[in-house]
Design a protein around this ligand. Sequence first.
Ligand code: ADP
Ligand code: MG
Length: 392
Amino acid sequence: MRADRVADAFRRLFGDAPDGVWAAPGRVNLIGEHTDYNDGFALPMALPQSTLLAARRRTDGRLRLHSAQGDGRITELPVASLAPGSVKGWAGYPAGVVWALAEAGHPVAGADLHFDSTVPTGAGLSSSAALECAVAVAYDELYGLRLSGAALARIAQRAENAFVGVPCGIMDQMASVCCTAGSALHLDARSPEHHRHVPFDLRGQGLRLLVIDTRVAHDLGDGAYAALRQGCERAAALLGLPALRDLPPAELPRALHALPAELAPLVRHVVTENARVAEAVSRLREGNAAALGPILTSGHASLRDDYRVSCPETDLAVTAALDAGALGARMTGGGFGGSVIALVRAGREDVVGDRVTAAFAAAGHRAPRILTATPAAGARRLTPPPGSERQP
Ligand code: ADP
Ligand code: MG
């Protein structure tokens, strides 16, 4: 069992058994991209790929961090001296969560933490949220905080925004903490507490979801994301709205007319994308997951043509998947590379995967990595809680 292996590694590193092992998954977003920071809607699902964390509470205020995917060293930090920007590299994500908990007034102190993850990093599948959320759920238990899933997600987002310095919305962390197996998460970023679980029975409906990691991450991503966010905020201000989520679709044509040319396409994407989330949720509730196909594909066109966050590799993966008979496909995550999802009929996975791989080879791109995803559980404890008898 993976949890046992991670606990064994913890023992070798820190000399004692962990208090427990927790897991937090990566995610793909089915639809609702670049909507969370506009107070809008999204529909992510958790992946079976997850970050495991073996953790033990410490009473001396020291935080010791090690990752099987890190640089091989143990990073040691006094919790009292944590400050935004003070921790470089991967350790900033977990340290940021401890800082955010302390900053919010929670009585937290040190811990020994060892991570081991199967979430590909930098592939748009939210390995960063998995890392943060594993710490959030482990600390919640180790320090008896009893916070809600949405509260833990907010802490993890605050760590990424303020401590690491990445201006992400709340979707990734909400997906990692709050998803349930067999369901997608209908998220309203304005009130994350009121999320809903929407049954997403891929297998029962003869469907598969391919995740195609293009293995490219274009550098312009970071600055462009912040600029898009600012563009949306400027558009909302010009329209006199708290956020673009507050623009009803019926008023979109008038708004597009009134806005500067560079902002209009952003607004069109956000408004139509929120509508696509609502439509996808309706189709899923009717038990018609195949109807998601065209919704995904029009979402991709909107990201490509209006929001302009796709890139040649993601566009090619989408086109090749559709050519090979996928019901729909789109880039997922922030864009400028990362991953594409393709909804396919069961039995067509290999045909679609092979076609995408061949198209990449013909274009001179590195071979993509292709996974088949099922909606998995959100962050949770894997080892039995203290005091309970271990089942044989
Ligand atoms: P994504 O979240 O799409 O995977 P990000 O750039 O947001 O991409 O986050 C990736 C970063 O998160 C990595 O560069 C690394 O610093 C950190 N990270 C994620 N998972 C791990 C891990 N298991 N061990 C160490 N660092 C990790
Ligand atoms: Mg990330």
